[in-house]
Design a protein around this ligand. Sequence first.
Ligand code: ADP
Length: 582
Amino acid sequence: MPFPLFRLGRLQRKVLLAISVIVIVPMLVAGWLAAEWVSISFEKRLQQWIVDAARSNQHWLQAYQNDAVILGRVLADDPAYVAKVERNPEEAIPLPVQRISQELGINLIQLYSPEKKLLYSSIPVEVNALWERGQTEAVLKVVSQQKTMLAAVGITPIPRRGKPRYYLVLGSLLGQDFTDELAQLTGLKARLYYREGKKYFDLFSSPGKVIVLKHLPRMALARLEKDKKPYYSLEAENGQFRGLYTPIVDPTGRVEAIMFSGLEKRGVQEVLTNRAALFLFISLLGVVIGGLAGLLLSRLVVRPLEYLRNGVMQLAGQNFSANVPISSDDELGDLAKAFNAMAARLREARDEQAQRFQKDKLSAMGELSAALAHEIRNPIGIINASAALLDKPDYAPEKKTELTRMIREESLRVSHLVQDFLQLSRHRQPSFADIDPAQPLERALDLALAGGKAVTVHREFHHHDAKIKADPGLLQQAWGNIFTNALQAMNGKDGKFWLRSGMEDGRVFLSVEDNGPGVPAEIMPRLFEPFFTTKEQGTGLGLTIAYTLVEANGGRLEALPPEGNGARFVMRFPLYQEAAVL
Ligand code: ADP
């Protein structure tokens, strides 16, 4: 089966092409603009969402530390508490403080000596690396019950001003569930990188492993550590995420940790932010919509036109039963209805014509039979009467010769009539050949003048080497009838023939003129009528036969007013091959 496009009509293909040009070019431009707009605005929105979520993640973490710092300050500023600590640093936390801290989610309370020696800890934890000098907040790696965790802590020196005698460290232990909690809260993946020395480590994303923060460009680190500003990356965490790195900065300006909040790269958002994919998608959608529109249009408009065209072609091929389906009640539907009505009228007209033709044929046959019967009845009557007279024994013998002559003459007349009539009715199929149009004329003349008739022949041939397509035998017969008439009209006197030829209106003509008495103007219109004759012994079929023979050869026979006195007959034929020189 060929590709469906090749089965479309020419008009359908044109409509489809026009629609493609009209639709596809603007659609590509629109697709490109839309892809640009969607990807930019979607990327912007994603970024905004990530920035907002990261901010709330940061606040979530810092809220723990802020509470710890405030509680630390309150305690450090309370002389009763400080006095109590001084008395017994190992039991430094009074009961009410433990309650408040529990309420605030502070589950780690530690007291350190200025040399960072642990004096008291509310829960047994090991702290790997402690805070730096002057640092007031920190995210520290701790081991509690053989579990590695992070602690977001506030560090308050006691006293707050002057040389510290103790460090009060309050904070919250953060486990794997901390980042999971953040992820649930914001819908984004969260990673917390704590700081140890100059490096940052992630404890939680793969259990049992400590992952160092790397793959960050130098300028990104500079932005985070020096400028203390967040860094947004489309290729974060080894290109798996788009997301924001936020520095967690303590009040002294130290970066204690880096929080990462990001969206994993997969799914719909990747299509919506990828310009090329979007462009492709929108363009494809446009092509499909354009194609469907084209097909719909071709169904609505072109197909009815195709039906009409088929109908017209059928009608042109004489198929009058052609009928066009009426598929709509719009202008095209009206056209189809009008076409069907026209085809029906043509059908009726054709039937009527066929009936009329049959009638005409019958009446022409009747007329012809009547004329023939009339022509034959007279001579038969004469022959009959003469034969009856001859039978009479007392009939004068000298008159019998006269009767015999009459019988012979009349039977000859009937014989001529029958011969001519046969010639007229015989439908010999012409066998065409490319011939010089003067050739049949010359042959007919030779035959007519055979027996040494004294006729002078003048020739003025100007058709050069023009050729016609005709049956030379039939044309010779036609010219023969014309010459017979001419010789009869000249009636033995010094005869003259003028034979002429030439080109006129792209056709070749040949004429024969005699110097007989000519054709009276009043009988001119009846010359080619069957059985019209002015002669005693004529059949009135000679010119009728000549006329049908010339017509059968694609030409025309006419009687023209003569240039001299006699009669003039002309034949015209379409050219088969133009003369080389005219
Ligand atoms: P027919 O010769 O039997 O009469 P035609 O059909 O050949 O029948 O001719 C019809 C009539 O046309 C003739 O009777 C005659 O009156 C007229 N006619 C034909 N040719 C000539 C001619 N060359 N000169 C004068 N009259 C002619």
